[in-house]
Write a protein that binds this ligand. Structure first.
Ligand code: FPP
Length: 262
């Protein structure tokens, strides 16, 4: 059913990605960009196609955006591929996304390595098909020595579940006597999140027109700048990424302080 997906890319040489950096300050590029890849279903429907067609196109978009972000000097892209709530979708759609992930994590390894991309995952492994878990492990192992951009894929991820798990892990340590309540700092807490070791997102991008966080990186986006567009994710292009980064560079980040505030 999914034969051919991602399988043609080696036959056609990769087009050089041309980015117009006129409006971009390369010294102020967000280190970490989080993306809620929304609008796949509506994009497909608008063309009279089934929703899954949109997910397939969305996976292609992610590849292009990771390349563009890398070119810009972004260090981490966190992409919301499957949320803890997405299990509520029809089983055929869930299965399609799982199969898509599995194929993506097979077909893209070579390109990840060619482009020095390190793949990581956030989310719960519980409930994921064995094959997906295998491909995830394989992608981590195959790319672990890459030193370029980190593609941090959120699979079976929910921000509330992540925080709850961190609380439980910390509580267990207190109960065991290995941690004192007064020693719980932001750093300690962050070390119990899936994103341990990663910088917090500077910029959160949400295509698809909705103005929601949708349970994505709740703790981590505390001071992220948010940029939204009505464009559906499959139509999101490197130009949109540049627009988002340019808007980010026009913002004054105060982190609760008074920098330059009149
Ligand atoms: C939201 O669009 C998208 C998802 C729930 C899945 C995202 C999945 C992909 C982009 C493809 C899988 C990714 C990889 C890395 C292979 P929606 O279905 O909610 O769209 P809608 O709001 O228009 O219904």
């Amino acid at each position: 059913m999914f034969k051919g997906l991602f399988q043609t890319k080696k036959k056609t040489p990769k087009a050089e990605l041309a980015l117009d950096l006129t409006d971009i300050d390369l010294n102020n590029v967000p280190k970490h960009i989080a993306i809620i890849m929304d609008g796949n279903g509506r994009w497909a429907k608008a063309q009279g196609k089934v929703r899954t067609f949109g997910h397939q196109a969305g996976a292609e978009t992610l590849k292009t955006i990771v390349r563009a972000a890398d070119k810009l000097g972004v260090k981490v892209i966190s992409a919301y591929a499957f949320s803890t709530e997405n299990w509520k979708r029809p089983v055929t759609e869930v299965n399609f996304i799982m199969e898509l992930l599995s194929r993506y994590l097979t077909s893209e390894i070579e390109e990840f390595n060619e482009n020095n991309v390190q793949v990581r995952f956030i989310g719960s492994r519980e409930g994921l098909p064995e094959i997906v878990k295998e491909k995830m492990d394989n992608a981590i192992e195959a790319t672990k020595n890459n030193t370029g951009i980190i593609l941090n894929l959120a699979i079976n991820y929910g921000g509330q579940a992540e925080i709850l798990q961190a609380v439980k892990d910390i509580a267990a340590k207190i109960e065991a006597g290995s941690l004192n309540v007064e020693d719980i700092t932001n750093d300690v807490f962050e070390n119990h999140l899936y994103t341990k070791g990663l910088p917090a997102p500077d910029l959160l991008i949400r295509p698809g027109g909705d103005l929601r966080i949708s349970n994505f990186l709740l703790w981590q986006i505390a001071y992220a700048e948010i940029w939204t567009t009505d464009v559906y994710w499959p139509d999101f292009s490197p130009e949109h990424l540049l627009q988002a980064v340019s808007a980010y560079q026009g913002r004054e980040r105060r982190f609760g302080g008074l920098v330059n505030k009149k």
